[in-house]
Every structure is written in C-alpha cells, then in structure tokens.
Design a binder for this molecule. Structure first.
Ligand SMILES: Cc1ncc(COP(=O)(O)O)c(C=O)c1O
Length: 395
C-alpha cells in the first residue's frame, strides 16, 4: 500500500476526525459494485476470505469472527447482552468517554458496574488493575471490560500485560478495540482476550456500518450461560450461520466489498509494516504539534496512541474558531474534545488511510492559522520539519 493509493488530493477535504477516516478510492469503488445474493456462493466465498483476512488482525487462530451491520456502540452492546446476566458485577476501565460509554451500556442492562477510573489522559496501569483484582473476590466479578485505545484522549493500553493479568484471576476480558483495530496490534489468543469488538470506520479505512466481533473459544461457555435477552445480537445465531458462510440477517454487502479490499491493502503492506506506519505517523503529529509549542494531553509517550493525538488548546486561543478556520479555509477537518475535555483539546487522527503528506498539510495549516491568531511566531514550515524529522527516526 503506497502513499499514492492513500493520498487525499490537496483540493479535497481532509478528514482528520478519529473516525470515520478517509476511505481509499479502491474501497469506495468496491462499495459501489453491483450487489450479490447474500445467500449464494459468491457471498460465502467472500465471507471466508474476509474471515481469513481478519484472523491475523484479531490475533486468533480459533476465535469466532462475527460481522454485524452496526456502529461500534452496537457491537459494544452485543458483548454485554451475550456475556452477562442481570445483576452481574463487571469492572469497567474508564480512561475517557468510551470507557464511560461501556459502563453506561452495562448499567442500562442492569449490570452492577464497578468503574476503575483514571484521570483522562492517563492509562489503567497493570499495577492498578492488579491491586483492584487482588482486593476483590474474583468469584464476585463476571468480567473485566477495557478500551484498548481511548479515542477521547489518545491513550493506548498495554494489553499484552493487562490481558494475562485478567486471566490470572480467571476472569472474562472484553475489549473495545474500535479505534485500535488495524492500527495497533491485537493478540487475542496470546493475551487472553475473550471478546473483541470493533468497527469498520477507523483504521480499517472503510465507511461506517460494520461492527466486527471476535469471540474466543473459551468465551462461548459464558455466551451459553448469559441470561440477558438478545435477538439481533445473538452470537449463537451469528455463529450458526457463519458456519455456512452466511449471516442470520441481511448483511451490509457493499461494506463487505469494501472490507475485503481494505484487508487486501493491509495484507499487501504487511501487518507489522502497517502498525509501524501508524507509530510513525503518530510520532510525526506529536513532534509537529510540540514544535508549535503546544502541550500534548498525553504526557507519557509509552501510552500515547498510534491512531489519534489530543493536544491542549492553548490559553488565549479560541479552540472552536481554530477548528472552524481549519475546516473552512484549509479543508482540514479535525475534532474537538468530548465530555470533560470539550472545548479544551483538539484531536487529530492519524489512522487508516491518513497518509503522511496529508499530516504535513494539516500541520502546515494549523501552523498558519495559529500564527494568524497571534499564538506563534515560528518560521514557516517549523511543524512540518519537526514531523519529517520524527518520521525519519521512528522505528
Ligand atoms: C473507542 C471507541 N469505542 C466506541 C466507539 C463508538 O463507535 P460508534 O460511533 O461507531 O458507535 C468509538 C467511536 O469513536 C470509539 O472510538
């Protein structure tokens, strides 16, 4: 996958919100193909190819991969209704808006939620999780729910350490990988993750509308035992149809075409190279923003997200005005903050098909506007130069 295949032409609007992300041309063309019968051999063959293509991204040999027409929130709900029973106690890691959302969904279904909350911009550490789990009776906990990449703050969890820790206590682990999947490694089998939920519109580069789930072999016992009502989301029905390469209800066929193309692009690049490219692009954005004198929300580089970066709106600068000027004058669409960070940060995504040239374009645009707003006097090209230097030295 070359930059040229990704490139957002300079005259086009550059979507740097953390999802949906720019959809490469090959995927858009794929989604425009004539439809096929979803109960016929062509669909079944595509089902098998997509399933095989997703396996390395989930990092699972034998987990069951299920695809629903849904947004990320839909598949978050699917995990709750398939794994738990009313009154079950779950521990939800809350590092920002999306951890908070998972807690709310669990509460909406009558679960008892214990929030393991940390200040926004920081991560749930292995020490914190261990001390929580060690001081509670594991038999009283039905599961642990974590957000791999907290999109509202740009923090990524160390699941390679946290996952095995949850397993040590014999607990079920559910992970929201919506803004991580395809940009940050996931190793379900190796890390002991039972259920991963994600969506099509972020690092997978597709339009929104597909909710993807992987269920480990050992999690099926919990699915059978769970008593919450479910119909559309029933993993058992999805698995049964999946065995013959179909879905229980009408799939979003056009989006499956796009997903198949996305997996081909990722495969052509290689998974390790894809993850390295995300780390490199993140390093570019962080360096560029720092060169402008801006303060990153996430201070600890080790937990800084490879897919999205949040930066504080500096004192004396009107954050909404800068976002509006970026959009209207430079066609660069970035995001503001959510929840308690509303009005306090800007967020720039660098996942999926957001190429390096586009990131330089965004940094140049931000630099120019911040200069005009009287915030900075750095020489033209300072942010882009720092970003290019960071790209050259990234791993
Ligand atoms: C980490 C995370 N979880 C869940 C969601 C919800 O996804 P959706 O908006 O597709 O429902 C998002 C969306 O940004 C997200 O970033």
């Amino acid at each position: 996958m070359t930059d040229a295949e990704f490139l957002v032409p300079p005259e086009d609007e550059l979507l740097l919100i953390p999802g949906p992300t720019p959809v490469p041309r090959a995927l858009r063309l794929a989604a425009a193909r004539p439809l096929i019968n979803h109960r016929g051999p062509k669909f079944t063959s595509m089902y098998r190819q997509i399933e095989a293509g997703l396996r390395p991204l989930f990092g699972t040999e034998n987990g069951t991969i299920l695809i629903f027409p849904a947004s990320g929130t839909g598949v978050m709900e699917s995990a709750i209704v398939n794994l738990f029973s009313p009154g079950d106690r779950v521990v939800v890691g809350v590092m920002g808006e999306f951890g908070h959302r998972f807690a709310e969904i669990a509460r909406a279904f009558g679960l008892q939620v214990e929030e393991l909350a940390v200040p926004w911009g920081t991560a749930i550490t292995p020490e914190l999780l261990r001390s929580y789990l060690a001081s509670h009776d594991p038999a009283s906990i039905a599961g642990v729910i974590l957000t791999q990449n907290e999109t509202s703050t740009g923090v990524t969890l160390d699941l390679a350490t946290l996952g095995p820790q949850v397993k040590e206590f014999g607990l079920l682990l559910v992970v929201d990988a919506v803004s991580a999947f395809g940009g940050i490694p996931m190793q379900m089998d190796a890390w002991g993750v039972d259920v991963v939920v994600t969506a099509s519109q972020k690092a997978l580069m597709c339009p929104p509308g597909l909710g993807l789930v992987a269920v480990s072999q050992s999690a099926w016992a919990a699915v059978e035992k769970a008593k919450l009502p479910r119909y559309y989301w029933d993993f058992r029905a999805a698995r049964k149809f999946g065995e013959r390469g179909e879905t229980p209800y009408t799939p979003a066929v056009s989006l499956w075409f796009a997903l198949k193309e996305a997996l081909a692009l990722i495969n052509a690049t290689g998974l390790d190279a894809t993850y390295a490219s995300h780390r490199r692009r993140a390093a570019m954005v962080r360096a560029g923003l720092r060169a402008l004198g801006l303060e990153l929300l996430v201070k600890d580089e080790r937990i800084a997200s490879p897919t999205v970066t949040a930066v504080l709106v500096p004192a004396g600068v009107d954050g909404s005005k800068v976002l509006a000027r970026l959009r209207d004058e430079k066609k660069v669409v970035a995001a503001g903050g959510q929840g308690q960070l509303k009005g306090k940060i800007w967020r720039f995504a660098h996942m999926g098909a957001i190429d390096e040239a586009s990131l330089l374009r965004a940094l140049n645009a931000l630099e120019e506007i911040l200069r005009e707003e009287g915030y900075t006097t750095v020489p033209t090209g300072t942010a882009a130069k720092a970003a290019q230097e960071a790209a050259a030295t990234a791993d």
